[in-house]
Write a protein that binds this ligand. Structure first.
Ligand SMILES: *Cc1c(COP(=O)(O)O)cnc(C)c1O
Length: 428
């Protein structure tokens, strides 16, 4: 597969080059060009097992560089947990993506990325420092995926006091080759610090700095797979119409993967963008100027992003044309009060959602046509937000064993001022 920079068609790369570099020269993001397309998507959806389908899709994307057999093995070991489809209401389904080790959909991208980089290290012998800024779940997924992997160190930057205690404990208690840095600032500040580190050529080369954020193309490609799973599971359940996917969005990597899946031939009726009060993209689609801004804190904190870095990819995929974007998507946003209301409504339907999925469900209800089938993405296990859900739902949310164990361990994170020199010193 060949990739091209969102900002300059002269900057092209292979997948393996793009994975190591994450940002293209000049700051652009990599996109497949062309996006390979399956002539017979029904075959993948109806006649292949999930593992065989994933191998086929990854093979089409990356087979020329990594070989089909290695991709099959990587995929089987990275995605060794189920994706489940749950009927929540008539024509409304949840696609639960949170049954991996850290109970969030980010396990897909992080586990695939770790295995691709380990595959690369077996060939180039190069040690790497994985640097990631997290608004919540990325940190735990990345830390878990790289924890104990020889030749790798994982450094997690997170906004001190602005992620849930459980989220923090999932990565800041690991130790070993995982370093957790609590930044005195917002998620956007963390992201800016990480960007500055990658832009520092000396530092970047010396440490083998590699991004695990959703700007890394490996994460995006792994996420393409579960959109196919979603449509296949619906067909297994007897629903043949292409669904409307509702994507709870923050940095817009998830939506970007959905768009790529669609371009590869996946039958999709529409994509609905769902955000919380961080409405940079909905405001733009409503006809405003595109104006990235500081994030505001909400109940669905993994979506508290005011400057979504993957929007650049989605925009490029639509020719950077606002009217094409408005035609391609539906969109909506929910306040925290509305999210609380939806959480209680879902509980009444017998479904316990986390705040992010609740935003998706709430927006879906406003944007779904009466004959359409809606599939909203369940991005995190509700137990990860037990502290927030308890007061809203009036019941305790039970912790799965893996989380309960993490809570009992001591925090090993270090405080970091919002300052690049301080980060450089911490990285060593
Ligand atoms: C990261 C995250 C999101 C947002 O995904 P993006 O790809 O950044 O849009 C939504 N929900 C949860 C639980 C997350 O961790």
């Amino acid at each position: 597969m060949r990739l091209v920079s969102t900002r300059d068609p002269k900057h092209r790369a292979t997948f393996l080059e793009a994975v190591g570099r994450s940002l293209a020269p000049g700051g652009g993001l990599y996109l497949p060009d062309p996006v390979p397309c399956f002539a017979d998507p029904d075959h993948l959806l109806e006649h292949l097992s999930p593992q065989a389908r994933r191998k086929e899709i990854l093979g089409r994307l990356l087979g020329d560089e990594m070989g089909l057999d290695d991709l099959g093995a990587i995929s089987a070991s990275a995605f060794d947990f189920p994706v489940s489809l749950v009927r929540v209401a008539p024509r409304c389904y949840a696609l639960e993506l949170f049954h991996g080790p850290t109970l969030a959909f980010k396990d897909f991208g992080a586990r695939f990325l770790a295995r691709v980089l380990a595959w690369l290290r077996a060939r180039d012998g190069k040690d790497r420092t994985i640097l990631t800024a997290t608004s919540g779940d990325t940190g735990s997924a990345v830390a878990s995926a790289f924890h104990g992997l020889p030749g790798f160190r994982a450094v997690v930057l997170y906004p001190k006091g602005r992620i849930s205690e459980l989220q923090e404990r999932q990565f800041a208690t690991l130790g070993g080759n995982v370093q957790a840095l609590a930044v005195d600032g917002s998620f956007d500040d963390c992201q800016a610090l990480a960007k500055a580190a990658f832009a520092d050529a000396e530092l970047s080369a010396r440490l083998g700095l590699t991004s695990a954020n959703s700007i890394n193309i490996a994460r995006l490609l792994a996420q393409v797979l579960y959109y196919w799973d979603g449509v296949a599971l619906l067909r297994d359940a007897g629903i043949g119409d292409p669904p409307v996917f509702v994507v709870p969005s923050g940095n817009f990597g998830n939506l970007c993967a959905g768009v790529l899946a669609h371009r590869m031939g996946l039958p999709v009726r529409a994509f609905v963008i769902a955000t919380n009060a961080n409405t940079t993209v909905p405001d733009y689609l409503d006809g405003g100027a595109y104006s990235p801004r500081a994030s505001v804190e909400t109940l669905s904190n993994a979506m508290d992003v005011g400057a979504p870095n993957n929007w650049e990819r989605i925009s490029r995929l639509h020719g950077d044309d606002p009217s094409a974007l408005r035609q391609a998507f539906r969109w909506g946003h929910l306040s925290d009060a509305e999210t609380g209301f939806v959480l209680r409504e879902l509980k009444g339907l017998g479904y316990q959602a986390d705040p992010h999925a609740a935003v998706a469900y709430g927006v879906m209800r406003e944007r779904l046509g009466i004959t359409e089938t809606g599939l909203f993405l369940g991005t995190a296990h509700p137990a990860k937000f037990a502290d927030r859900l308890g007061p809203i739902l009036g019941t305790e949310v039970e912790l799965p064993a893996a989380l309960a164990q993490a809570v009992a361990k001591p925090l090993l994170s270090k405080d970091l001022p919002n300052d690049f020199e301080a980060l450089k010193a911490a990285l060593g």
